[in-house]
Design a binder for this molecule. Structure first.
Ligand code: PBG
Length: 354
């Protein structure tokens, strides 16, 4: 059958790069990207991670340099994870003022002030000798309410160190309320709480466990969500909102796009997502094997989050992608400064008038 006059042709809007750009429904901006960073106590130089090519555990010095580079690239913020030299049952270093995470937050704040958004991961797993996200009860299970007291102390310690946003990633019931109350009582009512609303017990955290030298035996299925459950995420959302979360998070990203879309459709507060270590590794290793085009795969994965409704994305590629996006924004044609890199396909002048 040939198309008759008057037929609707969706392909018309895909004709040129400029048209495609004009009609794209969502786009990425450097400020949408948050860079997760690892700071490890008593390292003397940055340590590359075999499971995450291109990502390192930082020293304080390399952290500051990388943070400045990220800020110069225009990223929206930095999310810090700390790896202490000493761990114990209750994760004492998590709220110690000189604990590595709090120290790093303080140094970043001294260096960068309010020019970016400094965030601390608020969870005990990097600090406990058993690797669980909370303190254990007599039978070895994670004690929800005893853990809340530790989280509240961590919240105040991170706020005191200068964190703008706290990332509550532990999946304890009541964690948002416990931290909000502690912050307000301590005079930190401006500190923002980002609640990990839907955090699934996921195999895609694999490389992260290496990144934080995790001690965990077993899994986190008794507190993180079951991958089979989508509806439950909306219940978690309702609770986090009632407890005062300012921002909510869905994690991991790509395997949970449906959950992200549903949460985004019903949340009155910003919704973020976390493109986790395993998602990063899949693209890096597939690209290294020559199976996919790395840069396009990265961009496509990030745009998928925007399409599903994410307002911001935590991604280990934040600086690189922010730099690429900024580069692509450079004026084209005669206004382009000499020596600038070639414009990407999207910017290449097409047709008359150029
Ligand atoms: C726990 C935490 C994890 C990640 C971020 N925070 C791991 C886990 O829950 O086991 C994973 C992030 C990633 O995989 O990139 N505090």
């Amino acid at each position: 059958m040939t198309l008759v006059p008057g037929t609707v042709r969706p392909r018309r809007l895909r004709t040129t790069p400029a048209l495609r750009r004009l009609v794209s429904e969502v786009r990425l901006h450097p400020a949408d990207l948050v860079l997760p960073m690892f700071i490890k106590e008593s390292l003397t130089e940055p340590a590359p991670l075999s499971g995450m090519p291109g990502v390192v555990q930082h020293t304080l010095e390399s952290l500051l340099t990388a943070a400045e580079e990220a800020v110069a690239a225009g990223v929206g913020g930095l999310m810090l994870f700390g790896i202490p030299a000493h761990r114990d049952e209750i994760g004492s270093q998590a709220d110690a003022p000189e604990g590595i995470l709090n120290q790093a937050i303080r140094e970043l704040h001294d260096r960068l002030g309010d020019s970016t958004v400094i965030m601390g991961d608020l969870c005990l797993d990097e600090f406990t000798s058993h690797g669980h996200c909370g303190v254990l009860d007599a039978r070895g299970g994670v004690d929800n309410d005893a853990t809340l007291e530790r989280y509240a102390a961590m919240a105040v310690a991170q706020a005191r160190a200068g964190a703008h946003v706290l990332g509550l990633s532990g999946m304890m019931d009541g964690q948002v309320r416990a931290c909000r109350e502690a912050l307000d009582l301590a005079g930190y009512s401006d500190v923002v709480i980002m609640g990990y609303t839907a955090k699934y017990a996921s195999a895609f955290y694999g490389p992260f466990r290496e990144a934080v030298d995790s001690e965990l035996q077993g899994d986190r299925r008794a507190y993180q969500q079951d991958p089979a459950n989508g509806r439950e995420a909306l219940r978690e959302l309702e609770l986090d909102l009632a407890e005062g979360a300012d921002i909510v998070m869905v994690k991991p990203g790509l395997p949970y796009l449906d959950v992200l879309a549903e949460v985004a459709a019903s949340s009155p507060v910003p919704v973020w997502t976390y493109q986790v270590s395993g998602e990063y590794a899949m693209i890096e290793f597939a690209a290294a094997a020559g199976a996919i085009d790395r840069d396009r795969a990265i961009e496509e994965s990030l745009i998928a989050f925007k399409r599903a409704g994410a307002d911001a994305i935590l991604t280990y590629w934040a600086t690189e992608v922010a730099q690429r996006l900024t580069e692509a924004q450079r004026p084209t044609g005669a206004q382009r400064p000499t020596g600038a890199q070639n414009p990407t396909e999207v910017q290449r002048p097409t047709g008359a008038g150029q």
